[in-house]
Ligand binder design. Sequence first.
Ligand SMILES: [Zn+2]
Length: 310
Amino acid sequence: MDVNEFSKIISEIKKLSLKQLTKIKEEISNVETEENPLLNLKEPKICPHCNSKEIVSYGFRNEAQRYKCKSCGKTYNILTNSPLAKLRLKKKWLKYCECLKSGYSIRKTAEICGINKNTALKWRHRFLENNKVNKVQKLTGLVEADDCFFFKSEKGNKKLNRLPRKRGARNTSNENSIDKHTLFVNIDGIGSVYDILRDKLQDIDIKEIYSLMETNSAYCVKNFKNYRDILQRTEIKNNLVNPEKARYLKNKNKYTNEAWSYCLSIQKWMLRFNGVASKYLENYLAWFRTLNELGLNINANKLLERAIYK
Ligand SMILES: [Zn+2]
């Protein structure tokens, strides 16, 4: 469209009623989400096969710019080696990311995006794959830890390895029940989350957390009694504080109970899915972690970038 025509449209907008404006906004949001989202992403500067920088554009195929590497002779596009490689219907991806942002169920997502439920489910695992492996590399200040539990579930498996649980039956066993997974949540002084899902926490897990902590960090475990043995065995005791003492830490890293808040939030958020199969639980944890990390800055484009780039 030429400049004059465009200016005319802009001046006409001022004459619209509120209702008409709302309608326009709605139309615009539809137009944007049907755009090929790959066109707005940064181009791959090196060959994913051999890391050479000697690359040239090599046509456009399957809705993506192709490149050819002069060193190894192979072709590739922005999605090569990413979890989204070879997925179709790219123009629906941003809408799909909007649904991820909103935490919608498979059924609702499929409806909104106009895709079938199997595709919506397959996409969910692919879109969350990078988030699952991307974890924080450093924990700063006072690191608070707390835990919560999720029932094990064989949802979706054709063959059950246990007797079926009666609908509505309460789990009456104690916290160490073999029917539950423990989510061990660690949050540092600037809100970075490092979570670990285990049947039972291992020494190596605590050592891992300890290795991420900066030297002046302190570690504070809410349910200290449950983890006393493992914490002392792993020599973390030098930096360990209990929640009461943490309130008076000299370095002003006050205990905030953030890990507990996180546990409550994720458990509440998970309710919408009516039970998650154990084999997919890590995906959901990564999903929530990403939503939490991006916070108010979250948008569909950011989620798409996360899905493509490591
Ligand atoms: Zn190459």
